[in-house]
Ligand binder design. Structure first.
Ligand code: NAD
Length: 385
């Protein structure tokens, strides 16, 4: 089949198998070229197939020499439709990692379920006995909790509605977007999906089954961002969930004193999760331009590689005064934010290409689905199974 991108808004309905493989190979090559470090050796990555989770899996494998078990929720191809990108990414990663002498096994199923937790525990036992690190990198719009209720997260404000400039991803034009305040149940549902409840259930299950090594570390990823995006992110429904995630880190540490549970606050990047948030894509397009010009731009793999190379020492991570790992340190630098805000105030449809890196935004977007990579013949037939 000849696979072309089918983009609608922030979604792409197809994925190119060879492009996804190239994406993984590029990330592996980056890590191989940029140094190794002491680190975990037996790692469980929950949400391992795209974005920050995939970059984490690649980094611990190639920078720290770890074996990994990954959990993902991806669709295989049925012969007529392509698989989702995470499926192709993971297949490519497993093949390369195994060829390079690393164990890399993956479970494709709903990480929120008790069944997948039990299956993972069996796989940890038979594969490496105990995990010394658990990276929790799930991003999902819904979760069926152990009570059988399916909760759906919303991207809304808390309190008052908020109107700001936003990039319409269908037309590439700037327009105003208004985000409405969430109802109490919507806030609670978002916390159920993206908060820390499921992370705690994972750690409880792994501890109970004795498959966590003594002094294991568990990491979850968060975002704070600048004040500009506070109404939609940090002070919005997703921010409430992230605050719950941060509290969960404390709860895990107090419940299991030998487990170091930490939050890494990462930079905003184009991933399937972030493209869905209003206002954020325009912010990212400006931020990419400013950070690229300052020589400070990082993608997922550069962020996570730096996380292990610079912030990880003797089995734990360097944190700020409030106990958070700050990988958003460069994004939030005063000079960077000052320049972003200057562009934000001026940006309109006439100067969009001058003030933003909208092309870089879209390149990253297409790359997630395996498109726009050099060296791939997108006009050629490709096996999609
Ligand atoms: P992503 O959409 O690229 O990845 C999500 C992963 O979760 C995929 O591997 C997917 O298969 C898996 N997944 C989703 N639902 C699942 C389920 N039910 N069972 C098993 N696996 C499931 O997302 P991302 O942007 O890399 O986000 C990962 C984490 O990083 C999130 O906590 C997010 O908030 C955080 N983060 C993201 C950004 C950003 O800008 N993208 C910035 C900072 C922090």
């Amino acid at each position: 089949m000849i696979v072309e991108p089918k983009v609608r808004g922030f979604l792409c309905g197809t994925a190119h198998p060879l492009g996804c493989e190239k994406n993984v190979q590029n990330q592996i090559a980056y890590v191989k070229a940029n140094g190794t470090c002491e680190g975990p050796k037996k790692v469980l990555v929950i949400g391992a197939s795209t974005g920050y989770g995939l970059a984490s899996r690649i980094t611990v494998t190639y920078a720290c020499g770890a074996d990994t078990i990954g959990i993902m929720f991806e669709k295989e191809s049925n012969g007529r439709r392509t698989a989702t990108p995470g499926y192709y990414n993971t297949r490519a990663f497993e093949a390369q990692a195994e060829a390079d002498g690393h164990i890399a096994k993956t479970i494709n199923g709903d990480a929120f379920s008790a069944e997948i937790k039990a299956e993972t525990i069996s796989l940890i036992r038979e594969t490496f006995g105990q995990a010394d690190m658990v990276i929790y990198s799930l991003a999902s719009p819904r979760r069926t909790a152990p009570d059988g209720v399916t909760y759906t997260s919303v991207l809304k404000t808390v309190g008052e509605s908020f109107t700001e400039k936003s990039l319409n991803l269908r037309t590439n034009e700037i327009e105003e977007a208004s985000i409405l305040p969430a109802a109490e149940e919507e806030i609670a549902a978002t916390v159920k999906v993206m908060g820390g409840e499921d992370w705690m259930l994972w750690i409880d299950a792994l501890k109970e089954a004795d498959v966590l090594a003594p002094n294991a570390v568990t990491l979850a990823y968060s975002y704070i961002g600048p004040e500009l995006t506070y109404p939609v992110y940090n002070n919005g429904t997703i921010g409430m969930a992230k605050k719950h995630l941060t509290q969960t880190a404390e709860q895990i540490r107090s419940k299991y004193p030998d487990v170091t549970a930490l939050i890494s606050v990462n930079k905003a990047l184009v991933t399937q999760a972030s493209a869905a948030i209003p206002i954020v894509p325009l912010y990212i397009s400006i931020m990419y331009k400013v950070m690229k010009e300052a020589g400070l731009h990082e993608g997922c793999i550069e962020q996570i590689h730096r996380l292990f190379m610079e912030k990880y020492q003797n089995g734990s991570f360097q944190t700020d005064a409030s106990g958070l790992i700050r990988m958003d340190d460069w994004e939030l630098r005063e000079d960077i934010q000052k320049r972003i805000m200057e562009s934000w105030k001026q940006v309109n449809n006439d100067n969009l290409h001058a003030l933003t890196d909208i092309d870089g935004y879209w390149d990253d977007f297409y790359h997630m689905f395996g498109f726009r990579f050099d060296g791939i013949d997108y006009t050629a037939d490709v096996e999609i199974l």
